[in-house]
Design a protein around this ligand. Structure first.
Ligand SMILES: [Zn+2]
Length: 466
């Protein structure tokens, strides 16, 4: 069996994936700040996390995925200054903070569904976890690693010996000489755990009492508190965009390791590269920030957009161009059409070796740090493999495509749903490895979900059990 290897940003190396124990693999993905519609660039980290989740599924792991929703505490400057993004959007739209966050949370969730991102086990909302965040700050305070200013409670990064190991930037005296700001921070890398509501000016809509005074949590504490609540004090994989490395994730690690007394807190840190437009990061502030509806308007479907994401490795920047989008639409349509046309073709006595060979190549690519472009290239080889009957090719494309989250327009196998398809794929892998106990367990799991596996002459097909 090919080992699943993943690039870990903390050790800066590709490492063989090993779960922590006998329970679902935990994945925590940093979610959006829901003060505006998420643009196309914002979608990339979640499609990457979903590919990771499906890949783990194909390897037979159960996965518990948590995505958070930041609905309070993210200020216009990541350095804990400026206005709360949500409050600002609410006052500009002359509506409530709650109305803003509910609207943009639901639009975000719908966009992910359109991109075939599997529903996480937990959507964790920051404002629904204030007691958890306060309790984590209290633990940090008890360990003597916090201090209070007129503006809030801060984490003292110079007392955290491992601070900054993720980014390679350490808190240093060198830094603090250039430090001068209104918040009274001791070091530039220190960050807010709790911010006090201002005495003057309009009253905040989002504020809570705390042992330190009325206010709201700093942006970073929510992720440490909610991840440990839902995934335990240690878990396997934390994902995010590369822009999270220097500040947000460095701060999450510092908080969690000191509050929970564990190290490492997370076994693998994975970061996706940006989707860019003319070489620059897509940003709402820069004006043009297209979303999925804009793509529809130019004839690019969400499914084809997902296909487009698969044409680049998650750690490579991907530049958005009309030409590339159109090519993705054409490629997706062609493959989808082939599957649709041939998936019901009758089974034929064909070479099981050829199919096993394609599967092997597909997983060799995917398990090499999620090399989706190489896996996609294998699908094109399958489509062109004239030594296989058309039906066998179509069914193989349906099976392997589902691991990439490519949902072809219509066929009975895909109608089983992505989760069932992953279980089926995992069973095929187990059988290829002659791990029959695992294969049987996966068959039983499918049966629990109402599916029967029919092993035909050219491999397994899922049917709804009657
Ligand atoms: Zn986070």
């Amino acid at each position: 069996m090919v080992d699943l290897k993943l690039f870990d940003s903390l050790s800066r190396s590709v490492r063989v994936f090993e779960p922590l124990g006998n329970r679902p693999v935990g994945i925590y993905s940093c979610g959006p700040t829901v003060y505006a519609r998420q643009h196309l660039g914002n979608m990339r980290p979640y499609v990457f996390a979903d590919l990771l989740r499906r890949t783990l599924g194909s390897a037979g792991y159960a996965v518990r995925h948590v995505i958070n929703i930041t609905d309070v505490g993210h200020l216009t400057s990541d350095a804990d200054e400026g206005a709360d993004k949500v409050e600002l959007a609410a006052s500009r739209a002359n509506t409530s903070a709650l109305a803003i966050t509910e609207l943009y949370t639901s639009l975000f969730q719908t966009d992910l569904q359109r991109l075939s991102v599997l529903e996480p086990a937990v959507w964790a909302k920051a404002s629904s976890h204030i007691p958890e965040q306060i309790s984590m700050i209290e633990r940090l305070e008890a360990r003597g690693i916090t201090y209070r200013t007129t503006d809030g409670v801060y984490f003292d990064t110079r007392l955290a010996p491992h601070y900054g190991e993720l980014s390679g930037l350490r808190a240093s005296a060198e830094h603090s000489r250039v430090n001068a700001n209104q918040s009274g921070k001791r070091n530039p890398s220190d960050f807010a755990l709790w911010k006090f509501s201002a005495d003057e000016g309009p009253r905040r809509q989002l504020e809570w009492p705390s042992p330190w005074g009325v206010g709201f949590p700093g942006w970073h504490i929510e992720c440490s508190a909610m991840a440990s609540k839902y995934l335990g004090d240690q878990f396997e994989i934390h994902t995010g965009g590369i822009d999270h490395i220097a500040v947000h994730h460095s701060n999450e690690i510092a908080q969690a390791e000191h509050a929970l007394g564990v190290r490492p807190w997370v076994k693998y840190w994975m970061h996706g590269a940006w989707l860019t437009m003319e070489g620059a990061k897509i940003a709402k502030s820069a004006g043009l920030a297209p979303n999925l509806d804009d793509l529809n308007a130019i004839g690019v479907s969400p499914a084809a957009f997902r296909y487009y994401f698969m044409t680049a490795h998650y750690r490579s920047p991907l530049d958005l161009s009309l030409e590339a989008l159109r090519a993705a639409q054409t490629g997706f349509e062609r493959m989808s059409h082939f599957v649709e046309q041939h998936v019901e073709d009758p089974p034929a006595e064909v070479s099981a070796t050829a199919r096993a060979e394609w599967r092997q190549q597909f997983y060799a690519a995917l398990y090499d740090d999620l090399d989706a472009p190489r896996a996609l290239a294998v699908l094109w080889c399958v489509l062109a493999d004239a030594s296989l009957a058309t039906g066998a090719r179509a069914r193989l494309l349906a099976e392997l495509g589902s691991v990439l989250g490519l949902e072809w327009r219509t066929n009975r196998t895909v109608h089983a749903g992505p989760e069932a398809m992953q279980l089926l794929a995992a069973r095929e892998r187990a059988r290829a490895d002659r791990d029959f106990a695992k294969a049987d367990a996966l068959r039983a799991e499918l049966s629990n979900r109402g599916f029967a596996i029919e092993d035909g002459p050219e491999g397994p097909v899922l049917r709804r059990a009657r």
